[in-house]
Design a binder for this molecule. Structure first.
Ligand code: BG6
Length: 464
């Protein structure tokens, strides 16, 4: 292979978490309820009440992040910790917690990358209908203003909404969707797009040296065969799954293919006069995105094909006549049945950069495994090391191809509760000694991948 470009000196090697999956302390120090606190977890999986107890062990955790050598840490702020009712009275103890976290990170020169909203809508707002109410645009703006005022002197990288596209497509699983039908779903999506644009504008007004961007889950898509119809299906899929969200944010228009689909299905959002101006006024500085796998689609389901149901959601895997998602027999899978595609990572990095010409920031990438302590009390997660090795190599190839990447923040910095598969599905560089329901001592134990990543960051190149 041609010579690979070195990673820039200031490359943001980081790691990622989200508030409700890691913090615990769900009802402490004045925190209000969120949709995640109200969710009934799937059978035999834990809830989010204690999670990794990061709220109480924050200093110890950040010290470990520093030992790993992280240059960045991407975490989310729990809206209901700052505003227990979603709006109105500020909970000072919530502000204090994130101030302590940010200061602790900066003490070790770790850049905070802050997600403003990661699946945990304040319950009082959700009860009123959540994103279906247009008034939530103002609520989100007011919340953002509080964040910028309190943390904007130290936080230089902001992310608006985590995986808005997954919330729209698999909302029920994430505890975020309150809509009764698809028109309402796309109405909520429209409000999120407007709220995001408003908040990006506000960020640039209030914080001159800060940068802000969206954080969708983006996947490249392959046609199942070289039939032109399959290629068309792949493009339909990409329009509805990727471009609808990113075109609205970056090009600041509705993607025409997606719009035509919504129109045909009679599920268009109601637009108010001026909405397009709102959209136009918000500009991202970079595109952050989460990458886990690619997707393969067919125009219609061949008899012998296997449906690929990552989220076990019919709606996501097929849209009759538009696309059908199928398995890709060329790709291996994780123990949790997610396809593994490092080359797809390079492909999507190139596609995104070609399409939008904005720097890219990876905010999630990783593999869920059943990590277990061996007799020596160690976790030899070679499979994870291999996964990262391959993905980082492909990212480096994409950068050599000319793509500008600001940083890489894999999921996750430390073990935490998966969105719907409990604690047994572990992602961290750091093991947390608890079981699904038995909290044990919650000790932190660096995994083998911790030391591998530490070396990579120290040398600023992929080991071996
Ligand atoms: C992303 C989310 O979709 O994937 C995270 O932003 C999530 O919150 C991660 O944990 C992995 O998914 P899961 O379902 O395995 O937890």
């Amino acid at each position: 292979y041609k010579k690979l470009k070195d990673f820039p000196k200031d490359f943001l090697w980081g790691a990622s978490t989200s508030a409700y999956q890691v913090e615990g302390a769900w009802n402490e120090d004045g925190k209000g309820l969120s949709t995640q606190d109200m969710l009934t977890p799937p059978e035999n999986t834990t809830d989010f009440k204690v999670a990794s107890d990061h709220y109480h062990r924050m200093k110890e955790d950040v010290q470990l992040f520093a030992e790993m050598g992280l240059k960045a840490y991407r975490f989310s702020i729990a809206w209901s910790r700052i505003l227990p009712e979603g709006r109105g009275k500020i909970n000072q103890k919530g502000i204090d917690f994130y101030n302590r976290l940010i200061d602790e990170l900066l003490k070790y020169n770790i850049q905070p990358i802050v997600t403003m909203f990661h699946f945990d809508l304040p319950w009082s707002l959700a009860k009123e209908g959540g994103w279906i109410n247009r008034s939530i645009i103002e609520d989100f703006k007011d919340y953002a203003k509080i964040l910028f005022e309190n943390f904007g002197d130290r936080v230089k990288y902001w992310l608006t909404i985590n995986e808005q596209n997954m919330m729209v497509l698999a909302g029920n699983l994430l505890g975020t969707k309150t809509s009764k039908n698809l028109q309402e779903t796309y109405q909520q999506n429209h409000h999120m797009l407007l709220a995001q644009a408003e908040v990006m504008r506000l960020c640039h007004e209030m914080l001159l040296d800060a940068q802000i961007g969206p954080a969708p889950n983006i996947s490249p898509v392959y046609p199942a065969t070289n039939k032109p119809e399959d290629m068309l299906a792949a493009e339909n899929w990409a329009a509805l799954r990727n471009w609808l969200y990113l075109d609205a944010c970056v090009k600041r228009i509705y993607n025409p293919t997606a719009w035509a689909f919504l129109e045909e299905k009679k599920i268009l959002p109601n637009m108010k006069k001026g909405d397009l101006h709102i959209l136009k006024a918000g500009k991202p500085d970079f595109i952050a995105f989460n990458y886990y796998n690619s997707t393969t689609v067919s125009a219609s389901l061949p008899d012998d094909s296997v449906k690929y149901d990552k989220y076990d959601k019919k709606k996501m895997i097929s849209e009759p006549g538009v696309y059908e998602v199928v398995e890709n027999s060329n790709l291996p899978k994780t123990p949790f049945n997610w396809e593994i595609d490092p080359v797809g990572f390079r492909i999507i990095l190139r596609q995104l950069y070609d399409r939008y010409h904005l720097p890219l920031l990876i905010t999630e990438n990783g593999i869920g495994l059943y990590d277990e302590l061996d007799e020596d009390g160690k976790i030899n997660d070679d499979i994870r090391i291999d996964f990262y090795q391959q993905h980082i190599m492909e990212m480096q190839k994409a950068m050599t191809d000319g793509v500008e990447v600001l940083g890489y923040n894999p999921w996750s910095a430390i073990d935490l509760v998966s969105t719907h598969e409990g604690f047994r599905k572990r992602y961290g560089f750091i093991y947390v000694n608890r079981k699904e329901f038995d909290l044990l001592d919650m000790n932190r134990i660096p995994k083998k991948s911790f030391y591998w990543y530490q070396k990579l960051i120290r040398e600023n190149k992929v080991p071996g």
